[in-house]
Design a protein around this ligand. Sequence first.
Ligand code: PGA
Length: 248
Amino acid sequence: MANRKYIVGNWKMNGLRAQLSDIAAIAAIAANNEGADVGICPPATLIAAAAEANPGFAIGAQDCHFAESGAHTGCLSAAMLKEAGATYSILGHSERRADQQEGDAEVKAKAEAVHATDMGAIICVGETEEERDAGQAIEIVTIQLARSFPSGASADWLTIAYEPVWAIGTGRVPAASDVEEMHAAIRVKLGELMGQGSDDVRILYGGSMNGGNAAELLAIPNVDGGLVGGASLTAAKFGPIIEAAASS
Ligand code: PGA
C-alpha cells in the first residue's frame, strides 16, 4: 500500500483549556513531519479554540449525531462540529458502542451525516477478547464493518480504524501476524463493499500504540496509520509516533 500514513489522537474525555498548549506543540511537530497526515480529536469543548489557534492542523470530533437538528438533548450535529472547526469525526468507537449502546446502523447513519456536511469519518470496528478467544475476531469485525458502512463511501472522506477492544488502554497489543491478518481481511471486505477505490481507504490500527511500538505496527501491510488514545495526550508521547509515521 502506498497510502500516506495517518495518525489521529483521540483525547477521549481528557483536556481543559490548559491543554491547548499540548495541541499547539503537537501541531508544530506535525508541521515538521510532512510525510504523515496528523490530527487530534479533543473533547468537543476544545474544538473551536484548538481549530482557531492551529490553522491548517486537522482538528476532529469524537462523535456526531446523525440528525441535522432537533430534540436530542446534549448531542451535536455535523454542521455544529464543522462550524466549530472540526473537519472529520471519529464514529462508533468501542467505548461509545459499549457506554451509549451505539449499534452499527446508527454508526452508518452518523457517517452519512458527516459526509453530507463535507467532513471526513473514521469508523471504528474491533472485537472483544472473548470474541478473539472464540476464534470469531475476523467474522465479527467484517460483519461490523459491513453493517456500519456508509453509502457513497470513498477514500476521500472515509477511514477505518481497527481497534481490538481488549488492546485499548491496556498496554496489550496483538501479535503483528494477527494485525496483518485482520487488516488484510478488512481490505478484502472494503473491496466487496465499494469496489474501485477501496485500496485507497486508509485502515488505522488502534489500541495501546505508543512511541515504542509505532514503527513496528506501522510497518505491517495494510496498516495505514494509527488511532492513538493515551499516547496522544502530550507532544512528548505523541511526537515519536508522528515521526515514526512520517518516516515509514
Ligand atoms: P489507547 O486508545 O491508545 O489509549 O489504547 C486508543 C483508542 O481507544 O482510540
